[in-house]
Design a protein around this ligand. Structure first.
Ligand code: 5BU
Length: 265
C-alpha cells in the first residue's frame, strides 16, 4: 500500500504522534507505542484508597487511566498528587471523564476551579458537543496553555443514545475547527480519517458481559479491527475481575494484537 493510500487506521501510532499539534495527543500516541498498550482503564471506584491501589497495580498495562473524580467520597489533594506521581513514574495520561456540557464560561470555571481544579491534573477531559463550540472555546482558553487536550463525545455506547447522524457530523466539524485542543472523540466507530484524531471507545470487554442500564459491549478485536477505533476503554471487566492485573494484561494483549492485525490488513 503506498503512503497516499494509507488511511489513519493503517498508520502506526508512532507516525500519528508526529502529526499531532497538541502535546498531550502526541504524548499519548508515544506512550501507546512505547508501552504496547492501547488500553485505558476506567477506575470507577468510590474511595481514594481503591483508586490509588488499582492505579498502581494496573499502571504498567495502560496508556491512560480514566477517572470520575466526583465518585470519590473521601477525595483530597493527596490523591491528585499521588495520581500525578504515578503518571510520571509509569507513563500514563489521566483522562477525567467529566463530560462538560454547559456554556463556555461555566465549563471553564468548572474545569479550573471548584474543589477538583481539574485543569491542574487531568491531561485530558471529555465534553459533550451539545452546547456548540462555546464549550470547547471555554475549556481551550484554560487548557491550551497548560498543554492539555479534550475529547468530544461523538457517539455513546449506551443503547438508545441520541448522539448519532447529524449530531455526530456536527461534532466532527467542531473538532476540526479546534484541532489544536480537541485531540479526538469518544465514539463507537472510526468517524474521521485525519491521523491526529484519536478514537477512544468504551463498551469493550473480553467477557460475555451484559451491561447494566443498557451499556453495550463488544470485544477489543471488534472495536479495533471491525469498528476502526484506536484506544479501548475498559472498566468493570478489569476492576471487578477476581484478578484485575491479569484481566488488564489480557485486555492489553487483545487490544495490541488487534491493532497489529489491523496494521497488517
Ligand atoms: P464499563 O464498566 O467498562 O462499562 O465502563 C465504561 C466507562 O466508560 C465508564 O466509566 C463510563 O462512564 C464510560 N463511558 C461509557 O461507558 N460510554 C460512553 O459512551 C461514554 C463513557 Br462517553
Amino acid at each position: 500500500m503506498s503512503n497516499a493510500q494509507l488511511t489513519a487506521k493503517h498508520i502506526p501510532y508512532i507516525q500519528r504522534a508526529m502529526r499531532c499539534a497538541n502535546p498531550s495527543a502526541k504524548e499519548l500516541f508515544l506512550i501507546m507505542e512505547e508501552k504496547r498498550s492501547n488500553l485505558s482503564v476506567a477506575i470507577d471506584v468510590t474511595t481514594k484508597e481503591e483508586l490509588l491501589f488499582l492505579a498502581k497495580a494496573l499502571a504498567p498495562h495502560v496508556c491512560t487511566i480514566k477517572t470520575h473524580i466526583d465518585m470519590i467520597t473521601n477525595f483530597d489533594i493527596h490523591l491528585l498528587l499521588e495520581l500525578q506521581d504515578l503518571s510520571h513514574k509509569h507513563r500514563y495520561l489521566v483522562i477525567e471523564d467529566r463530560k462538560f456540557a454547559d456554556i463556555g464560561k461555566t465549563s471553564k470555571s468548572q474545569y479550573e476551579g471548584g474543589m477538583y481544579k481539574i485543569s491542574n491534573w487531568a491531561h485530558l477531559v471529555t465534553a459533550h458537543s451539545t452546547p456548540g463550540p462555546g464549550v470547547i472555546e471555554g475549556l481551550r482558553k484554560t487548557g491550551l496553555q497548560l498543554g492539555r487536550g479534550m475529547v468530544l463525545l461523538a457517539e455513546m455506547s449506551s443503547q438508545g443514545s441520541l448522539a448519532t447522524g447529524q449530531y455526530t457530523e456536527a461534532t466532527i466539524q467542531m473538532a476540526q475547527q479546534y484541532s489544536d485542543f480537541v485531540i479526538g472523540f469518544i465514539s463507537q466507530h472510526r468517524i474521521v480519517e485525519e491521523p491526529y484524531f484519536i478514537h477512544m471507545t468504551p463498551g469493550v470487554s473480553l467477557s460475555e458481559n451484559s451491561g447494566d442500564f443498557r451499556q453495550q459491549y463488544r470485544t477489543p478485536e471488534e472495536a479495533i479491527c471491525r469498528d476502526g477505533c484506536d484506544l479501548i476503554i475498559v472498566g468493570s471487566s478489569i476492576i471487578n475481575a477476581a484478578d484485575p492485573v491479569a484481566a488488564a494484561r489480557e485486555h492489553q494483549q487483545a487490544g495490541w494484537e488487534a491493532y497489529e492485525k489491523r496494521l497488517g490488513s
